[in-house]
Design a protein around this ligand. Structure first.
Ligand SMILES: Nc1ncnc2c1ncn2[C@@H]1O[C@H](COP(=O)(O)OP(=O)(O)O)[C@@H](O)[C@H]1O
Ligand SMILES: [Mg+2]
Length: 230
């Protein structure tokens, strides 16, 4: 589905990611790594918020290295940034509706699906997004991505800032999105323990390079600790 080949990216003169190659199929593909390892840079590059310095990105066999970010939703790629940017003055329903402008299915059908996945959002349809709790705001950001009917969601550290109880709910939701909706997920996370419970494969970034890429079931804590320089 999504394929990266020898990708290099960064900020201006600074190269952060070096020689990144992997492909994502129908799966939860986790990207782990210490703070500053390059997880967000990777997702921002895939979302086309950062220029590709070298290498290429393909989606369903088509080269999208030069495709602008605004065309990605139509290609089935949705992005949820680390700083969940919902529109604070708009209601929950309005925020979701904005995501629903993409795709062929009716907005109403997709709204019902999002509300059944996130009943807390259904209870707060007309509440302005700025007054939601951290967890609810995260659900809204993910819900808006789902309104695009994506094939793949790039999800950057969704558990950041959530209470342990909400983190459990969040990871259940991530599993449900994969299992019930068939959407693939590239999941950048700090929370290695929870991530290993839901991921199919795990990429560990270390200082902007691939440290290891392994099936989640095969990964052990020793390997992870080495990657985190613990
Ligand atoms: N806007 C930016 N300008 C310059 N360097 C940045 C910027 N954002 C991140 N970086 C650098 O890129 C590296 C990777 O950061 P990031 O991708 O945010 O890591 P992670 O998401 O894994 O914590 C860090 O060294 C960070 O300082
Ligand atoms: Mg990050």
């Amino acid at each position: 589905m999504l394929e990266l080949t020898n990708l290099e990216s960064g900020y201006g003169e600074l190269t952060v990611l070096h020689d990144i190659s992997f492909h994502v199929e129908n799966e939860i593909f986790a990207v782990l790594g210490a703070n500053g390892a390059g997880k967000s840079t990777l997702l921002k590059t895939l979302a086309k918020l950062l220029p590709v310095k070298n290498g290429s990105i393909a989606m369903d066999g088509a080269d999208i290295t030069a495709t602008p970010g605004y065309e990605l939703p139509d290609m089935g790629v949705a992005y949820v940034p680390q700083e969940r940017n919902v529109f604070p003055d708009l209601s929950v329903a309005e925020n979701l509706s904005l995501g629903g402008l993409v795709g062929v299915r009716s907005k109403e059908e997709k709204l019902e699906e999002v509300y059944s996945l996130f009943p807390r959002l259904a209870d707060r349809k007309s509440q302005v997004a700025g007054s939601l709790s951290g967890g609810e705001g995260q659900m809204l950001a993910v819900g808006r991505a789902l309104m695009q009917d994506p094939k793949i969601i790039l999800l950057d550290e969704p558990s950041a800032g959530l209470s342990p109880l909400l983190v459990d709910v969040l990871f259940e939701n991530i599993s449900a999105i994969r299992k019930e909706r068939g959407v693939s997920i590239v999941l950048a996370e700090q929370n290695a323990v929870k991530t290993l419970e839901v991921a199919d494969r795990v990429l560990v970034l270390s200082l902007g390079r691939i440290h290891l890429l392994e099936k989640a079931k095969k990964l052990n804590m020793k390997q992870l600790k080495e990657a985190y320089h613990i």
